[in-house]
Design a protein around this ligand. Sequence first.
Ligand SMILES: [Zn+2]
Length: 102
Amino acid sequence: MRARLGDDIDDFCVKCKRIMNHSVVSLVNDEPAKVRCRTCHSDHDYRHEQAPPPKVDPRKAALFSQVLEKVATPAEADPPAPAAEAAEAAEAKPKARKKAKV
Ligand SMILES: [Zn+2]
């Protein structure tokens, strides 16, 4: 179905916060690109009748910014875990001793 300028179209209006009658005011590839709410007369991108994503939970946003801060600040240099090397050394030592004895 091709849309044309001025066509009636249902879309989600941010100001009315609900699906409202809109007029197509801009087309891209025969698809509505911008629409104008017939109730509040605000123009906005055609949303395909989708409500905008819910606002970010402020607590989650705070957590996220904390994570960002941690990433941004250089990590306190944790000494690389020597466990693996120590284990190898522990295994190597007896062999070395055996060699030394032989
Ligand atoms: Zn509206």
